[in-house]
Design a protein around this ligand. Structure first.
Ligand code: BGC
Length: 768
């Protein structure tokens, strides 16, 4: 349209325009006119403006942007977007009386440990309500990358090592969040599994591992919840930045999975902005003159077709039209933080995993006087560091939570730690509470002399030791202790921590008293070197502002633990299947990260290659026990989706919930397969002693299929399949078989995303 445009304001939304021919007409309006008409009325500058996320504040918490600034004349509202996965991350405000504190929910790994989809949906809904009432339209969550390696710095923000658990949890969260009229931004698409060189490393992954492991969770979430946004990741994937990959963003995400929303870059992600537009990455975060100019130059030089840009703009306006701001919603700025704290507490309670409980040490019965060891007992870690942080008003400490439950803390132990923490802070002088918390989390543990512990044992009924680990966006963790200033959150326990556990356990046991270790951690940590000492070990994760309160409810027996591990806990780092290839080559400055373990991530590796772990995927004890019976199958031959049901009975004397896990062992004929793969899970309702529940699952073609990359097809191989239903990936309680009479072509997909570097996947099959 070659028109000379003049704009005269007339009324609130309608701007009359006079063409060079002297005709007057109205500027098309969002909501009234077709989006395509608005796009064709826009100037190039306006189009490019519509794609720039302005006002993004990066590291500083704050409302991060408005994708549609300057487009008011078309009735297009700004769209405000903010982090993140454990709760809304906005600046609480300039003064102490501000009410803009947000609820810190458990981190994603902890939420996944609940294995409870209804709970997850409610967490999403509650977070969505808070986002809505603070006037934000899009939440940069959930983060859904696979926890490929135990040292991944952002593992705490991600759900699991398993794509089904990640995908289902992500979908439930998005459905809950979006039910409040708030958009989710599923991130970081895709294969963003390390922090080392996170903005440049090239993830080299076979097509099979990509499809079965790294894309699968995203696929489930997109197909089952239609998020409004997908955020592309920082890294390259098989040679191309994900934000510049047409194959990933258009051919897979849009064409195959039917994604209807917009794609945004991660903060400063990618390099070639015109390529991003072409690939289908619509919004650029953050906006900037260089980015806008690059796109305009590409249009002028004819290296970018304006039609492609129009599609990006179309999707961005579609996004703006979905928002509550467009629908004139006025946020109260006063979400019900007390109610939200209770949702956070209940989610935290269900996420905790009881790893060890000898002689029913837990729940505690008569013990009253607690010797509370470990620096993070006094400053419980609520979450990880980076864009996943939340500005909450108060996180309950373990000390406070014990006192609230009627326990008495041993004052000598208390003094010891308060002095130690006081000294740490006096030495480092943190400038705000976020820094203060991280100094405590990342410093050395206090060394306590055995003689001192002997005195404590005479004055206390029980000992509780907290081992804390934090980690951060921007750095991966280390295997062992390195105090080099980087917030590493190492995998192994330090010698000080190990002798604390050993000495406290020996001394308290000599006095006939119990010892409980609490793991206040973001992801898997070494346990095998010390787990023989304490009576009980409870993994509480980083469970938000109410984590400590949730923990004491479990210790006291008010709630039976029902969390299960969403990640394997290896015995030692070297056992991790990616330990030799993570974080890529060269190790100190990786260019390529070769995912040589292929599909063998987490339990897929440990169970196939018979590598023992400290605690396996899906593991978690309860105060009660469950019996599995009546495994029924709709047919013994797969011709259409199979229905599977099994009955779970609470055979103990305490009420509790069980996570029922369905694994499938597929025949290994034409291609290699893991020993078992998770294909379904259900968390029972709260079962009273003696009560039963029958739970059911459906197995469709995709549940049976593997990806044959040579023909780019999901194929369910002919042969016998075993259904294994159990309480963890190593604790299969009941099995049955069915057969597939002939190979089934389940789905043929685009043959794209080849590795650009030679890679040979690990295989368990003996090659001819
Ligand atoms: C992170 C994203 C986050 C964005 C905006 C990036 O550094 O990778 O997860 O949403 O910043 O804060």
């Amino acid at each position: 349209m070659n028109l000379c445009r003049f704009f005269f304001a007339s009324g609130l939304f309608v701007f009359p325009v006079i063409s060079s021919a002297g005709q007057s007409f109205s500027v098309p309006q969002l909501g009234k006119d077709k989006i395509s008409i608005i796009v064709s009325a826009m100037t190039l500058d306006e189009k490019v403006n519509a794609l720039m996320l302005e006002g993004v504040s990066g590291q500083t918490p704050g409302v991060v942007g408005a994708a549609a600034r300057g487009l008011e004349k078309y009735g297009v509202p700004p769209v405000t977007m903010a982090d993140g996965p454990a709760g809304l991350r906005i600046n609480p405000g300039p003064d102490e009386n501000s009410t803009r504190f947000c609820t810190a929910f458990p981190t994603a790994t902890a939420l996944a440990a609940t294995w409870n989809l209804a709970l997850m949906e409610n967490v999403g809904k509650t977070m969505g309500n808070e986002v809505k009432e603070y006037g934000v339209e899009i939440l940069f969550a959930p983060a859904m990358n696979i926890q490929r390696n135990v040292l991944g710095g952002r593992n705490y923000e991600y759900y699991s090592e398993d794509p089904l658990l990640s995908g289902k949890m992500g979908a439930a969260f998005v459905n809950g969040l979006q039910s409040e009229g708030i958009g989710a931004a599923v991130k970081h698409f895709a294969a963003n599994n390390q922090e080392k060189n996170r903005m440049s490393y090239n993830a080299v992954i076979s097509q099979r591992a990509l499809r079965e492991v790294y894309l699968r969770g995203f696929e489930i979430a997109v197909r089952e919840s239609q998020p409004w946004i997908v955020m592309s990741s920082y890294n390259k994937l098989n040679g191309t930045y994900t934000s510049e990959s047409y194959d990933l963003l258009t051919r897979i995400l849009r064409e195959e999975w039917e994604f209807e929303g917009a794609v945004i870059t991660d903060y400063l992600g990618g390099q070639d902005y015109a390529a991003q537009m072409r690939a289908g990455n619509d919004i650029i975060m953050p906006g900037g003159e260089d980015r806008s100019d690059a796109i305009k130059t590409a249009i002028r030089n004819k290296t970018l077709n304006e039609k492609a840009l129009d599609e990006n703009v179309f999707r961005t306006l579609q996004l703006a039209k979905r928002t509550l701001r467009f629908k004139s919603y006025s946020p109260s700025m006063k979400p019900d933080l007390i109610a939200h704290a209770m949702v956070s507490r209940d989610a935290a309670t269900e996420s905790m995993v009881l790893l060890k409980n000898d002689y029913s040490a837990l729940p505690v019965r008569n013990e009253k006087r607690v010797a509370l060891y470990g620096k993070t007992s006094y400053d419980f870690i609520a979450g990880g560091r980076g864009s996943g942080e939340v500005n909450y008003e108060h996180a309950v400490s373990l000390k406070e939570a014990f006192e609230n439950e009627g326990f008495m803390l041993n004052p000598s132990v208390d003094d010891l730690y308060e002095n130690y923490i006081g000294g740490l802070l006096a030495e480092t002088r943190p400038t705000d509470w976020i820094q203060e918390k991280f100094i405590i989390a990342f410093s050395q543990e206090l060394s306590v002399a055995r003689k001192t512990i002997e005195k404590h044992a005479t004055e206390s009924d029980i000992a509780v030791i907290t081992i804390g680990r934090s980690s951060s966006e921007g750095w991966d963790r280390h295997d062992s202790v390195i105090f080099d200033g980087a917030p590493a959150g190492y995998f192994r326990l330090s010698e000080i921590e190990k002798s604390l556990i050993k000495n406290v356990s020996e001394v308290f046991h000599e006095a006939g008293k119990k010892v409980i270790v609490v793991l206040n951690i973001g992801g898997a940590t070494e346990v095998a070197g010390w787990n023989q000492y304490p009576d009980a070990i409870l993994c509480t994760w980083q469970t938000g502002q109410e984590g400590a309160a949730a923990l004491t409810r479990i210790i006291k027996g008010k709630v039976t633990p029902s969390g299960k591990l969403p990640v394997s806990f290896p015995i030692k780092y070297a056992d991790d299947p990616s330990s030799t290839s993570f974080p890529g080559e060269p190790k100190d400055n990786p260019v390529n990260s070769l995912y040589k373990e292929g599909i063998y991530v987490g339990y897929r590796y440990y169970s196939t290659f018979n590598v023992p772990v400290a605690y396996e995927f899906g593991y978690g004890l309860s105060y009660t026990s469950f019996e599995y019976s009546d495994l029924k199958l709709s047919s013994n031959t797969f011709r259409k989706p199979l229905s599977v049901s099994v009955t779970i009975k609470n055979t103990g004397s305490i009420e509790g919930k069980e996570v029922v896990q369905l694994y499938l062992a597929a025949p290994v004929k034409e291609i290699d397969k893991p020993a078992r793969e998770l294909k379904g899970f259900v968390k029972t309702r709260l079962l009273a002693p003696g009560e039963s529940q029958t739970v059911s699952f459906t197995l469709d073609g995709r549940s049976l299929a593997s990806f044959w990359s040579g023909i780019s097809t999901w194929v369910a191989e002919k042969g016998d399949y075993e259904i294994q239903v159990g309480s963890s990936s190593n604790d299969i309680r009941i099995r049955t078989k069915f057969s597939v009479p002939g190979n089934i072509t389940v789905e043929k997909v685009n043959d794209v995303l080849y590795p650009n570097v030679l890679i040979k996947d690990l295989t368990s099959k003996v090659e001819n």
